[in-house]
Design a protein around this ligand. Structure first.
Ligand code: PLP
Length: 394
């Protein structure tokens, strides 16, 4: 078994590829053709017997680059199989809809991605599926929320925007004791910083749009786990059609090749930015799991090997001062998303939580002065110098 650094470059890929190409070619086809009926029958027999057919059948059931990306991602997470989907949300909703039916109940931890919460509270409810949202750091409340019809626990770690880190060991102990499926979205973690399968989690989900793709130029999602479990989600994907595009998948494979280098830089910048900000006069509070002041520092140090490139902080100013700070930054783009080579900054109050009432935002701790900074791969020193000069604009 090689290091993750080597596996991100090579895993799942044959050395000998069509036309002697070194990089995995883009097979831009919606369908696959058979030379004659004997070829078709051989294909169907292979498929029925669970053998790998020589080529595909129809684009909604897979693509050569998709299979390579799935194998690579499964290997990186130490799992049997993976399924690539059109986006992170397709992975989340596809997984939940596979394992939940009308009359079922599931548990979601709070501070998770806004659309995951929205799906659980609106769409799932419409289908007769009940959901309880529990505090991220209260395993006893989580256990108390389990009912006879509870099917699964869905969590996210680290979270957005407060970088809360769930004690996945405590969570999986509860899930196993009650025979529940455990699912974690570790988009903010990546396999370099956390290995949830080794902590007992059944299914790992990523918005591959973020660190895995890494270049702010694709949308993709993946769910990773045991083959038998993944096969069930694959069956739903074949009906729902949220499939990855061949060109997107090529970009994902290319992005993955530099994941180790990018994460090394982003972990370093995240920690350095957090330490710089924590000591600054214009900063009220910093949230970064690599700081001893973070509420989950102990958990993060136990189950993570790096803390990522996202740092959230509250400026010691008012809404207008926060806007002056953001507008004075010269390096990061202002926008949603994270994990790419370009740094991105946002004020959750004006982006992900825009339109919520002041009371709703207060409940979630989203103030006008809260900033989420997602470091790219630019020089750490440059990012800090840029933030330092922008702080003088407050
Ligand atoms: N999960 C997390 C933690 C996210 O930050 C996002 C961001 O958009 C998603 C899921 C959804 O992923 P996508 O945008 O690829 O659908």
């Amino acid at each position: 078994m090689h290091n993750l650094d080597t596996l991100t470059v090579h895993a799942g890929e044959e050395k000998k590829k069509p036309y002697g190409a070194l990089s995995m070619p883009i097979v831009q086809t919606s369908t696959y053709a058979f030379t004659d009926t004997a070829d078709l029958i051989a294909f169907m027999e292979d498929k029925q017997a669970g053998r790998k057919p020589a080529h595909g059948e129809y684009g909604r059931y897979g693509n050569p680059a998709q299979s390579v990306a799935e194998q690579r991602l499964a290997i990186l997470e130490g799992a049997e199989d993976a399924l690539l989907l059109a986006s992170g949300m397709a992975a989340i909703t596809g997984t939940l809809l596979t394992f939940l039916s009308a009359g079922d109940h599931y548990i979601v931890t709070d501070d998770c991605y806004r659309r995951t919460r929205q799906f659980s509270q609106t769409f799932a409810a419409r289908m007769g599926i009940e959901c309880t949202i529990v505090p991220i750091d209260e395993p006893q409340t989580l256990e108390a929320a389990i009912r006879p019809n509870t099917k699964l626990i869905f969590t996210e770690s680290p979270t957005n925007p407060f970088l809360r880190v769930v004690d996945l060991q405590a969570l999986t102990a509860i899930a196993h004791a009650h025979n529940l499926l455990s699912i974690v979205d570790t988009t903010f973690g990546t396999p370099f910083n956390i290995q949830p399968i080794s902590l007992g989690i059944d299914l790992v989900i990523h918005s591959a749009t973020k660190y895995l793709g890494g270049h702010n130029d694709l949308l993709s999602g993946v769910v990773i786990g045991q083959k038998e479990t993944i096969d069930q989600i694959r069956e739903l994907q074949a009906m729902m059609g949220a499939i990855p595009d061949p060109h997107n998948t090529f970009l994902l494979l290319r992005g993955l090749k530099t994941l180790a280098l990018r994460i090394e830089r982003q972990n370093k910048s995240g920690q350095a930015l957090a330490e710089f900000l924590e000591g600054h006069d214009h900063i009220k509070q910093v949230w970064y799991p690599g700081l001893t002041s973070h509420p989950d520092y102990e958990t993060a140090s136990r189950i993570m090997t790096g803390f990522g490139g996202v740092v959230s902080f509250e400026l010691d100013t008012d809404a207008a001062g926060a806007r002056r700070f953001i507008d004075a930054l010269q390096i990061p783009y202002i926008g949603p998303s994270l994990g790419g080579v370009e740094s991105i900054v946002e004020q959750p109050a004006l982006m992900s939580h825009f339109g919520l009432s002041a009371d709703e935002r207060q409940c979630l701790g989203i103030t006008d002065e809260l900033v989420r900074y997602a470091a790219g791969i630019e020089a750490t020193k440059d990012l800090i110098a840029d933030i330092a000069q922008a702080l003088t604009a407050i």
